[in-house]
Design a protein around this ligand. Structure first.
Ligand code: PHE
Length: 345
């Protein structure tokens, strides 16, 4: 007979261990309970040492008892382990649940600014005539902005009212024409250059901004005439505003072109009949142009007997105002989303 006290101890400890398995709330605690009961230094190993004290007949009987207890414990352990594992999985699934029927986050698409759109349009149209883009600095030496363009020191365009001076020798460029000079100095003609960019003049009201944009064209070749210039400008304006528009040239003056002409386009809004945009005249002023003045070629050490050219330039804001019917230039710079969103097509 196995001593009753030994059997009671075995059964009591089993009952306690089973209760501990039940009470284990996670896999780690469950494992700790297993180590304490059935591990190498656990209760079962300890009680096995008692076996030495038993008789030959008692030993196998006790061994059987211990095995029964061990099996029972293992079964309960595996059952509880399964329980905890599936509870953990369920918990994870619940936590990671997403409602695929919820509306997604609304992404606002950006868009090109109307000034950039007009600039890109002009560049794309003139690219078809072989023009490519050039750029230049916004802070210019006096020589590039004025002197080389045949604008002498006493010219009214240099008046402090119009020009932002950085110091005695540097200005914020007042037009894109200094890019003509950079191009003439750095490239061998013939070429067709387009110069878009930001320009600055000390002027501000509903139709003037101290910082605005221009685009400038310069073609240099052996033989260039006013007819070439007129054809180019007419092509550009008809591509921009539609084939129905007419173009006219008026004699004008720019120090860096000779002869010079301003060019107008028949009002694309009223088709020449007269409206608010064209101030009832049927025409809209667009920009300035002319044949490159020989003095400009001389300034950049090109021989005016060998080279001829034409140049033209105009304000981008003005074109955007005409194209989109905008009545206040300041709208372009205020970044009002309600204004800008209208161009997002
Ligand atoms: N630069 C001139 C202006 O800003 C425009 C122009 C460019 C005129 C090229 C003739 C030739 O008014």
């Amino acid at each position: 007979m196995i001593p009753a006290q030994l059997l009671t101890n075995l059964n009591d400890k089993l009952a306690a261990a089973l209760a501990q398995l039940k009470a284990s709330s996670d896999l780690q605690k469950l494992y700790d309970a297993k180590v304490a009961f059935a591990g190498k230094q656990g209760f079962l190993s300890e009680i096995m040492r008692e076996m030495a004290k038993l008789s030959k007949e008692e030993k196998p009987l006790f061994g059987k008892e211990v095995n029964r207890v061990k099996d029972e414990f293992e079964k309960a352990y595996t059952a509880r382990e399964d329980e905890l594992k599936s509870a953990a999985l369920l918990d994870k699934v619940n936590k990671e649940r997403i409602d695929v029927s919820l509306p997604g986050a609304h992404l606002q698409a950006g868009a090109k600014h109307p000034i950039a759109m007009v600039m890109d349009d002009v560049i794309a149209i003139l690219a078809r005539l072989g023009y490519t883009v050039r750029t230049g600095p916004q802070i210019e030496k006096d020589w590039y902005n004025f002197e080389a363009l045949n604008i002498p020191p006493d010219h009214p365009a240099r008046d402090m009212q119009d020009t932002f001076y950085i110091d005695a020798d540097h200005v914020l460029r007042t037009h894109t024409s200094p890019i003509q000079i950079h191009t003439l100095l750095s490239e061998k003609p013939p070429f067709r250059a387009l110069a878009p960019g930001s320009v600055y003049r000390c002027d501000s009201d509903v139709s003037h901004s101290p910082n605005f944009h221009q685009i400038e064209g310069l073609l240099v070749d052996r033989q260039v005439s006013m007819a070439d210039l007129k054809g180019t400008i007419t092509f550009l304006l008809r591509e921009l505003f539609g084939s129905a528009v007419n173009v006219r040239f008026r004699p004008s003056f720019f120090p860096f072109t000779e002869p010079s002409a301003e060019f107008d386009c028949s009002c694309p809004v009223c088709v020449g009949k007269g409206c608010r945009l064209c101030k009832q005249s049927g025409w809209i002023e667009i920009g300035g142009s002319g044949l490159v003045n020989p003095r400009v070629f001389e300034a950049v050490k090109l021989d005016p007997k060998q080279w001829q050219g034409f140049a033209f330039g105009f304000g981008i804001e003005r074109m955007a105002i005409i194209k989109y019917g905008i009545d206040d230039i300041r709208l372009f710079y205020e970044n009002d989303q309600r204004f800008l969103r209208q161009f997002n097509v």
